[in-house]
Design a protein around this ligand. Sequence first.
Ligand code: ADP
Ligand code: MG
Length: 611
Amino acid sequence: MTTPSVVGIDLGTTFSLAAFVENGRPVVVRDARGTALVPSCISFHDDGTVLVGSEAKARALTDPEHTIFSVKRLMGRTLADLRKELDLIPHQIVERETADGRKVLRVVIAGHEYTPEELSALILKEVRRRAGNPTKAVITVPAYFDDTQRQATRDAGRIAGLDVLRIVNEPTAAALAYGLDTRGSGTVAVYDLGGGTFDCSILALSDGVFKVLATNGDTYLGGDDFDRLLMQAAAKDMGVDLSAKDAELLQHLRDAAERTKIALSANDSAELTVDIAARGIAYARTFTRTEFEALIRPLIDRSLERCKAALRDAGLTVAKVDEVVLVGGSTRIPYVRRRVGEFFNTTPHTGLNPDEVVALGAAVQADILTSGRRDMLLLDVVPLSLGVETLGGVVDKLVHRNSTVPARGMTRYTTAADNQTAIILNIYQGERELTKDCRFLGTFKLSSIPPMPAQFAQVDVTFLVDHDGILTVSAKELRSGAQAQVTVQPAHGLSSSEVDQLVNDSIEHAHADFTARRLIELRNKATGDLRATDKGLAQAGDQLDAAQRDAIALSAAALTAASAGTDVTALQAAISAHAATTNPLATLIMNEVVRQRLSGSDAEKLDAGKL
Ligand code: ADP
Ligand code: MG
């Protein structure tokens, strides 16, 4: 294999992979065994090593606490966005606020905290390594990804050491992989059914130029659901309760169900077997393809409803669709192919591997951008409307959903008060009317407006969404010429300096950093605990006996010593030990506090009685 300098990367929820153009044709990067798909799964080991891919996936069963998957669902999100995801991800997810008020999401894995960008960067690094460490890439995202999610993906690329040439929509990449751009003009529907998500996009092609007309989908519909249906059927047979959280049994069942599902794509029937000898479990049952089709039918119906909605958004009927492209591993299922073909009344394209086509298309796009050989433009749409908050918390939309990028929108504002010298704009993304129902992206300020009577200043505000779907806001006061411009830094997510820092830190450093931070946190805790002990001892007077005081003095000395060292584990242990010896003291102090509170409120009651 030649080593490419630029690759296209499909950063998927369940699988990721890279492709590049070789001798004018896109090819996927395969390992020695011929495998292209890298499970989007990461596992952390206590010695600091990090595994990514199938080795990490294999550990999910034995060591779920150190293993993470589905990171894509967390990209560019806030805790408030994640209600459903929180059930799927067995790790604690916290939101930290930075000094400048941005919210940064962090996943807690075995005591360490990681941002989704860092985790995705680990996957990208592995994909990059397999391709021979190229420095440039095009990375794909779902068409519905909003500004923040795209920024987060771009940041992940940078952390992984990649110059991200462009963020491209997955359906656009798929159409490109099939070379549909050479067909001149027409309408293309892209049906993407992956591991956990479903997307349908309608693309218009004219003069070899693509434009995404509309997208729709369901972020909780995919192959995992088919596995679950088979698992449920098997569990019912076996008389086991799936909600019992029997991790070992669940994982065995899940693996077996997925194997059976995949076998049913090639055969009319397949056996589902679960053997856990140690627990005396030996189960086998044959599923026919017909049975499986009946199970998944409601889900496929649901996906086709979404296709209808996408067509409606695009203002088209099924008859207008010329070509259908199948994307995602789950479209290998013959029933899915049949139903999609029937729905669109045409035979879908299936010539390329559905789980590789997005990466192949990204490679084509990367090649176009770097070689300049082909004169082609790829147009995409803005997934969600963008606007500014006006009086009463209403969103004034400047760029509408599904407009083609680059998209521009403009509006004129004036000052509300006399001598107002600054105007502050709150920027929102979403389809709803009120800011409270939309996503807050950031604040933008135009200052240095010369003092003028109210309503006198005229401020033109322009929104520009570039090819990556990233928003730049600029404002200009017409009388004075005062102007300002920002690329919207989302109110959550990483700042560019944080990204820069992460770019420079390899994961080895990241581990050292975490240890250093942990040490600082623990030392702070130790100092606080020791101070509280001193205060408590003074307060407790002779209420503690000599043995208790000796024990506390001993553990305090040990804690002081540990705090001066650099052994995190030892310090943690010293903190715990000290907490144990000071327990009687803490109880004493607590009782005292409660007693004072009670008498305090009694005093208030007396005061109230006097009034
Ligand atoms: P992503 O969601 O990350 O884009 P993929 O497009 O690779 O992932 O889809 C992964 C899903 O495809 C998994 O649920 C997997 O079980 C399923 N899959 C892969 N091969 C087959 C097959 N031959 N038959 C049915 N499902 C398959
Ligand atoms: Mg995919």
